[in-house]
Design a protein around this ligand. Structure first.
Ligand SMILES: Nc1nc(=O)c2c([nH]1)NC[C@@H]1CN(c3ccc(C(=O)N[C@@H](CCC(=O)O)C(=O)O)cc3)C=[N+]21
Length: 293
């Protein structure tokens, strides 16, 4: 078997086009969606991501502003700044780029963001809503992975999904989204005994570990759907996922490539959440859905 790729770039493009239409409608109603991105310190990788986010906003007519602060910014200053963004009617979404420099309590910073502007879906309020299965802003990376499954008409209900990784940003919310969608979910992590025995049971396998190519061919069931969330930069500068793509491709039925898989979806979901935040602020958003994007 050779797996077909799930083309994140193309799906993200289609989703962004839908967002652009919604932005057009908002503009007719006199509202320009606005995203504020706050970046503290000068991590080069973070700067690239932030630039890509700003470009993606610009392309669909979302106002974006990047607030760059030095690595020695005081936490109190950052909290005050977030309070001004919370009060700014032109800003519908706030994203504080993670990781933050040592000495800043990321949790305190996230909790300072108004939940209705928390387009990352990291605030306790949104995390709790996800747990309960209520409308919320859902974390963009796992939400993007779910959207890929939906777009490809891959049924989740009744499937055995195995998530490798238990981070707050990807693994845990991914497991909850799959569970809410009716999957039987196993979450594996660094303390799991016999990881391969677990992953081989997966109809849908999600790798969110952050270690290059740790999911090898022998760990995958024939015909499984494999979602690779890992983005690892190798010493030679190339990007690779958590999945040994060439080997697993021979066994899986569908696979997301890296790059061009979950990464582009993450940015598309951020745009979707920002547009939704503007729609809700403008009173044109649809409430009562089981999900917000
Ligand atoms: N508050 C916060 N929210 C985030 O969403 C957030 C964050 N902090 N910190 C850093 C991570 C990382 N992240 C990525 C988004 C898109 C790609 C992406 O588009 N990747 C391309 C390749 C990009 C490249 O070539 O480097 C791809 O996979 O095809 C990657 C990584 C969002 N993050």
């Amino acid at each position: 078997m050779t797996a077909r790729n799930i083309d994140g770039k193309a799906i993200a493009q289609a989703f962004r086009a839908e967002c652009a239409v919604r932005v057009g409608r908002l503009k007719d109603a006199g509202v320009v969606p606005g995203l504020a991105v706050v970046i503290v310190g000068d991590d080069p990788a973070s700067k690239v991501y932030v630039r890509n986010k700003a470009k993606a906003c610009e392309a669909i007519g979302v106002h974006s502003e990047v607030h760059a602060m030095s690595a020695d910014t005081a936490q109190a200053h950052l909290l005050k700044f977030i309070a001004t963004l919370n009060a700014d009617d032109a800003i519908h979404g706030i994203l504080v780029q993670l990781p933050l420099p040592k000495g800043i309590d990321s949790r305190a910073v996230i909790e300072a963001i108004a939940p209705e502007k928390d387009v990352d879906g990291f605030h306790y309020s949104n995390v709790g809503r996800l747990l309960v299965g209520e409308p919320a802003y859902y974390p963009c990376t796992p939400w993007g992975a779910m959207k890929m499954l939906e777009h490809e008409s891959i049924a989740v209900e009744g499937k055995h999904a195995v998530v490798v990784g238990r981070s707050t940003i990807v693994g845990k919310p991914m497991a909850l989204m799959l569970l809410n969608a009716g999957a039987t979910v196993t979450v594996c992590h660094s303390k799991t005994r016999d990881l391969a025995a677990m992953t081989r049971q997966a109809d849908i396998l999600v790798a969110a570990v952050g270690k290059p190519r740790i999911i090898t061919g022998d760990m995958v069931k024939l015909g499984a759907v494999v979602i690779d969330v890992g983005i690892n930069r190798l010493p030679d500068g190339t990007l690779c996922g958590d999945v040994d793509y060439e080997a697993v491709r021979q066994i899986a039925s569908r696979i997301t490539p890296v790059p061009g898989g979950v990464g582009p979806m993450t940015i598309a979901m951020l745009l979707g959440n920002t547009v939704k935040a503007a729609e809700l602020a403008a009173g044109t958003g649809v409430r009562g859905e089981t999900r917000i994007t």
